[in-house]
Design a protein around this ligand. Structure first.
Ligand code: AMP
Length: 455
């Protein structure tokens, strides 16, 4: 009997082993090309967010947030089929509902979709929109290139005048400079409109055909799908071919030439030095006329593009909206932060509490939560260490934090409705009624430590 029982147990064990799905080991790291933004790095992110948000506000941009996931064809049609983003880099998948979707690789297409969908064309022009958030591109990760990265994005709809182009370049450069990155290079180019680009494209293709054997495999194919893209190929041999290629600025129609000339005059007026880079094409199909990039100007010669953008006067119409000229740009936040660190620019310094609340005994501990919240509501930053029991260890924390005042709430004070206010530099203590505490602390602290979030 015992023998047969043990046999049954054995059988069941084997069966359950087969049925159980294999347990994947837990990988304690994010996906390749993705990173945590740890608290130690947040002061840089705070600074980037504060500066971009302030400039967006100052230049009249309204915040917009769009979903991370959109239909795949939104990007395929707008960015263009022959581009690296669409061909190789999209995080594309089919949902359970059979929708073909993509994690957004850029902001412009989604913001245009929203602009059309919500009938923003009836708003006073230009309609200026700003966003900040993560994007996804399945590229080969390296320093300054991630698969999940953040951008601050600015889009302006409804204005054809080149003064807008100049203002967008001005904003991009102001953001970078305000973050403490002083040495930057503005690169501009004009890639014309569909009218003049047609002739230029034909000229370029025939030039590239004559140099075909000197191009990389990708460019041999690209020259027919997206010939402008050959001009910014990173391969040395392609760069040599590109250096002698016909330049779009020499083949602009009158309208595009005047637009570009006027933009350069505005940039001169703004004292914004620029370099005309005939090889700057930005790769995406939707650009027309002005394209630009902001480059870090490091002395060691390792330059990186901090951001870029351009006009896309035909995109809204192509997507089914009204004919609406537009221009936008985006700055890469990780790249800005790398550059801030390289030039030792200051991150955001959050105000530190100058008051510490210490409690002693069970009753005081209970009351201290309310006292803390009263000060918080009055805009006084307070530190505490509620988990600690002994006054000595709490005062140790207060000393380490370098606070100016420590409030001590013991059993007696709790019963009397008072609190001890200790000046940490002189050691002088006074007992005050808790009703008067907030006013007294406000008076004692320098005004800059009182942060009023709400009136
Ligand atoms: P783009 O949208 O390609 O014009 O890029 C605008 C800016 O975003 C670039 O100048 C970079 O600063 C940043 N950026 C683009 N791709 C990446 C990436 N894969 N990782 C980090 N930053 C990026």
């Amino acid at each position: 009997m015992a023998k047969s029982q043990s046999k049954t147990v054995k059988k069941t064990r084997t069966k359950s082993k087969i049925e159980r799905a294999p347990v994947e080991p837990l990988v304690l790291q994010p996906l390749r090309g993705m990173k945590d933004i740890l608290p130690t790095d947040q002061p840089y992110w705070d600074q980037a967010r504060r500066v971009t948000e302030r400039l967006a506000r100052d230049y009249g941009f309204s915040r917009i947030d769009i979903p991370l996931v959109e239909y795949a064809n939104l990007f395929e049609r707008s960015i263009g089929e022959g581009t690296d983003i669409v061909e190789k880099e999209m995080y594309a998948f089919t949902t359970k509902g059979n929708d073909k979707v993509v994690l957004r690789p850029e902001f412009t297409a989604g913001i245009c979709r929203s602009y059309i969908q919500h009938g923003m064309s009836v708003l006073a022009k230009p309609v200026k929109l700003f966003s900040f958030g993560p994007l996804y591109r399945y590229d080969r990760p390296q320093e300054g290139r991630q698969r999940e990265f953040y951008q601050a994005d600015f889009e302006s709809f409804g204005e054809i005048d080149p003064i807008l182009d100049a203002q967008m370049i001005q904003i991009a450069s102001r953001i970078v400079q305000s973050l403490g990155i002083k040495s930057v290079q503005i690169q501009v180019n004009s890639i014309g409109c569909p009218v003049c680009r047609k002739d230029y494209r034909a000229l370029l293709v025939s030039y590239l055909e004559s140099k075909k054997n000197k191009l990389c495999q990708d460019c041999k194919r690209r020259m027919y799908v997206n010939p402008l893209r050959v001009l910014d190929c990173k391969e040395d041999k392609c760069a040599q071919v590109a250096a002698a290629a016909p330049q779009s600025v020499d083949h602009l129609c009158d309208d595009c030439r005047n637009h570009f000339k006027t933009l350069l005059e505005y940039l001169d007026e703004l004292d914004l030095p620029y370099i005309i880079n005939p090889r700057l094409v930005r790769g995406l199909d939707y650009y027309t006329k002005t394209v630009f990039e902001i480059w870090s100007g490091s002395e060691d010669g390792r330059k990186s593009s901090l951001g870029g953008g351009g006009r896309y006067d035909k995109l809204i119409k192509t997507m089914g909206g009204e004919d609406t000229p537009a221009i936008g740009f985006a700055l890469g936040i990780e790249r800005l932060i790398l550059e801030m660190k390289r030039v030792q620019a200051k991150p955001y310094k959050a105000p530190k509490p100058k008051v510490f609340l210490a409690q002693l005994g069970a009753l005081a501990k209970k009351k201290s939560l309310r006292l803390f919240s009263e000060m918080e509501r009055n805009g006084i930053l307070v530190a505490e260490s509620f988990g600690r029991g002994s006054l000595k260890s709490q005062l140790k924390v207060a000393n380490r934090l370098g606070v100016e005042i420590t409030l001590i709430l013991g059993q007696k004070e709790t019963l009397d409705g008072t609190v001890i206010v200790k000046n940490m530099s002189t050691g002088v203590q006074e007992t005050v009624s808790t009703d008067k505490m907030v006013d007294l602390i406000k008076k004692k602290l320098k005004a800059d430590n009182v942060v009023v979030y709400h009136s």
